[in-house]
Design a protein around this ligand. Structure first.
Ligand SMILES: [Zn+2]
Length: 303
C-alpha cells in the first residue's frame, strides 16, 4: 500500500518560476492533475484505515493514502477543494509551535529561499561553508535554486547551533536582512502557516491530524532530551487542542539520516499510532509501523 505526500500547494496566480524549481511546491492546477491521475489508479483510504489493515495483517488492493507535511495555509484554498471533489481524506502533519498564530517566517529554509530571491549579488563565496563549493554564481533563478538546494541538504545534517550560524552568515553574504525577509513573507501568502482553528476545521471535515514535532528540527541533530520533548510535547499539544484521537507522527525531513534507532524508539513508545518517513517504497504487512514509506510527489513525478 502506498502513501503519497505533498507539502505546499499554491494558487496558480501566485506560483512563479522560483516555486516551480522547489520540489516541495505544486500549483493548484498541477495538484488537481496529480490527484486526478492518482485517483484513476488507486483506491484512496485514510492513513488510519491503512495502519489498521496492516495491524490486522491484510492488504487493501490498490490502496493509497495522502499526507501533507508542514501545514501551509494555502493548502486549504488550493488542495482541499480538489480532495473534497474526489472525496479523499488526507492526513496533515503539523509543526505545533507554528500553529499559535498565522506564522509567516518560521521556516528557516523558507527564510533562506526568500533571501536568495531578494539578493542582488551575482555570486557568493561559500568556500568556508559548503564542502566542494567555492564562489557560487547566483545570477539566475536556476543558479540560485541550485545553490539553495545544496545549502539546504547540507544544513539539515548539521547540529542546530552550527546550522543557525551558517544561516546568518549566508544572509550577510547575500546582503539581505531579516527585516527584508519578514516584509517579503508578509506580502506573500504562500509562506503562511495554518493555525489551530484551521486544523480544527480540517479535522471536522474528516482529515486526520498528526505531529511533525514542535520546531521541525532534524531530530538526530538535537540533544536527546530536546528531541524527546519535540516528539512527546507536540503530541500532547495536539491532544490538548484537538482531542485525543488516532495520532500519527512524521519525522522532519524523513530520510534515514534524519532519524536514529534511538529517535525511532522514542517515537514508537510515546503513544503514537504510526510514524512516516520520506523513504520511497510500498508498505506491506512486514512494514515497521514506525518507519512507513512515502512517495514524495513533485512536478516531474506526478504529472
Ligand atoms: Zn516537514
Amino acid at each position: 500500500m502506498k502513501i503519497f505526500t505533498f507539502h505546499n500547494v499554491i494558487e496558480d496566480q501566485n506560483y512563479d518560476s522560483f516555486d516551480a524549481g522547489l520540489f516541495t511546491r505544486l500549483s493548484a492546477t498541477e495538484f488537481r492533475k496529480a490527484i486526478k491521475y492518482l485517483q484513476s489508479k488507486y483506491n484512496f483510504i485514510s492513513l488510519s484505515k491503512m495502519v489498521a489493515a496492516l495491524n490486522e495483517g491484510y492488504l487493501i488492493p490498490n490502496a493509497a493514502a495522502i499526507t501533507f507535511d508542514d501545514c501551509y495555509h494555502s493548502v486549504i484554498q488550493s488542495a482541499f477543494p480538489v480532495l473534497e471533489s474526489f472525496e479523499i481524506l488526507a492526513t496533515l502533519f503539523a509543526i505545533t509551535s507554528y500553529l499559535d498564530s498565522h506564522s509567516i517566517t518560521c521556516f528557516k529554509f523558507d527564510q533562506l529561499e526568500i533571501a536568495f530571491r531578494l539578493s542582488k549579488r551575482a555570486s557568493i563565496d561559500c568556500t568556508d561553508i559548503l564542502p566542494n563549493f567555492q564562489y557560487v554564481n547566483i545570477n539566475s533563478v536556476s543558479d540560485k535554486l541550485n545553490c539553495l538546494w545544496n545549502l539546504k541538504n547540507y544544513l539539515k545534517i548539521l547540529p542546530k547551533n552550527i546550522s543557525d550560524d551558517i544561516f546568518y552568515t549566508i544572509l550577510e553574504r547575500l546582503k539581505v536582512s531579516e527585516d527584508m525577509i519578514i516584509d517579503y513573507a508578509s506580502k506573500h501568502s504562500k509562506y503562511r502557516s495554518m493555525n489551530w482553528n484551521d486544523l480544527c476545521e480540517a479535522k471536522d471535515k474528516g482529515h486526520l491530524i498528526g505531529s511533525h514535532t514542535i520546531t521541525h528540527s532534524t531530530l538526530t541533530q538535537l540533544p536527546i532530551n530536546e528531541a524527546y520533548a519535540e516528539i512527546v510535547q507536540s503530541r500532547l499539544s495536539i491532544i490538548n487542542q484537538l482531542g485525543g484521537d488516532w495520532l500519527p507522527f512524521a519525522y522532519p525531513y524523513g530520510k534515514e539520516e534524519h532519524f536514529s534507532p534511538e529517535i525511532h524508539r522514542i517515537v514508537s513508545s510515546s503513544g503514537y499510532d504510526c510514524a512516516v518517513t520520506t523513504i520511497s517504497g510500498v508498505n506491506t504487512i512486514e512494514t515497521d509501523k514506525f518507519r512507513m514509506c512515502r512517495f514524495e510527489l513533485d512536478q516531474d513525478t506526478c504529472i
